[in-house]
Design a protein around this ligand. Structure first.
Ligand SMILES: *Cc1c(COP(=O)(O)O)cnc(C)c1O
Length: 380
């Protein structure tokens, strides 16, 4: 087998410019090189404002933010937490860090996010059986907020905490509400491949000031307010550096332009490829304006001249990175013994799903090259 050339066109690389350099150097020159400082405070306020929330807590990763959000909403050992099966493993890992049990739930027929009806049925069944669902973790997959308001309603009506995993959804809106605005708390990720990046980082957003203060304390090894080091509970080292917060602020200034560019790339892919038989692009529901973090589609191998893997390999052979859609959690060997409700729909999204290069720095020329290769591969 021929070895693939190095990757030239990445799926979703960081997109930084002179403003990032300027703010990073400002943080450096100010000597605030600590996991606290003026850029952290400002970044928290700015991200919270984007999410329509009163408070933001900057953290070392989105996973850390999920861990704290679940813990602060009472999730503990042995608790059952409903979680979309179609997601990145970080969502499930945060549940396991607390010794809780993830229950993987399928996505809806009409979109790729957690099915609110399945969640309602399971919460009601559990309640009738005298069992407790400790929390629901909903994910805005690939930046789509489809179904998230219905999910929020299902949880609120039943008194179950709802955490919004908006790691992929910063900058998206639905019916005028921004990502991060749903549920009791929400989280963002600023990992290197996300729509904006701090190289690594995350944030918890909430309207609950006391909860934000608790999150900040737990993220700093749970130090009590005393001149010496006093601790009454076990915390974590989860704070974000002031240097990285400076980078994040510059990135946030460019968020709208990045969303516009990713949406434009999505539309160009649709214009150039949607006529191909068996090609179906990830939906956007009425009222939704997603960030289109990644352009995703499914390829029906019975109708197209190739399956998604053949297309992915054809791109890879030319130094272009594409990826299958997230492999569902209930199909992961590490979770082989875990509970799953449904799962066929998510499995189908994975079997046929492909993510195309979608970085906001992708040029039209590069995208045209991807499109030509996809058309070639799809012709079989
Ligand atoms: C990226 C991601 C996370 C985790 O974020 P990190 O900052 O990488 O820890 C969580 N959930 C989803 C859906 C993600 O895509």
């Amino acid at each position: 087998m021929a070895t693939d050339p190095p990757i030239r066109i990445f799926l979703s690389p960081p997109d930084v410019g002179p403003r990032e350099r300027e703010l990073l150097l400002d943080a450096f020159d100010s000597n605030w090189i600590a996991p606290l400082g003026p850029h952290v405070d400002a970044f928290e306020a700015e991200v919270a404002a984007r999410a329509g929330r009163a408070h933001g807590v900057a953290l070392s990763s989105g996973t850390a933010a999920l861990h704290l959000a679940l813990r602060l909403h009472g999730v503990g050992a042995g608790d059952r937490v409903l979680c979309s099966t179609l997601t990145f493993i970080a969502s499930a890992n945060a549940i396991l860090y607390l010794g809780a049990e993830p229950v993987f739930v399928d996505v809806a027929e009409s979109h790729w996010n957690l099915d609110p009806d399945l969640v309602a049925v399971e919460i009601d069944r559990a309640e009738a059986a005298g069992e407790r669902i400790a929390a629901v973790l909903g994910v805005g997959l690939y930046g789509s907020l489809a179904g998230i308001a219905a999910l929020e309603r299902v949880c609120r009506d039943r008194g179950v905490p709802f955490i919004e995993d908006a790691a992929e959804a910063l900058g998206s809106t639905i019916d005028g509400r921004p990502a991060g605005n749903f549920g009791d708390a929400a989280i963002f990720s600023f990992n290197g491949n996300k729509i904006i990046t701090t190289s690594g980082g995350g944030m918890l957003v909430t309207d609950d000031g006391e909860l934000a203060a608790r999150a900040r304390s737990l993220a700093s090894q749970a130090r009590e307010p005393a001149p010496h080091y006093e601790h009454v509970e076990v915390g974590y080292n989860y704070r974000l550096s002031n240097l990285l917060a400076a980078l994040g602020r510059a990135q946030l200034e460019g968020l709208d332009a990045k969303v516009d560019r990713r949406r434009e790339l999505f539309d160009r892919y649709v214009d150039a490829l949607a006529d191909l038989p068996g090609f179906v692009f990830a939906p956007e529901l009425a009222g939704e304006r997603g960030n289109r973090w990644l352009t995703c589609l499914t390829v029906d191998p019975d109708r197209a001249g190739a399956d998604r893997e053949a297309i992915r390999l054809a791109l890879r052979a030319q130094g272009i990175e594409a990826r299958p859609v997230w492999k569902p959690m209930h199909q992961q060997p590490v979770f082989a013994d875990r509970e799953v409700l449904g799962g066929a729909r998510a499995a189908q999204c994975f079997a046929d799903g492909l993510c195309l290069p979608s970085g906001s720095s992708l040029t039209d020329g590069q995208q045209d090259e991807v499109i030509a290769l996809v058309r070639d591969a799809a012709a079989g």
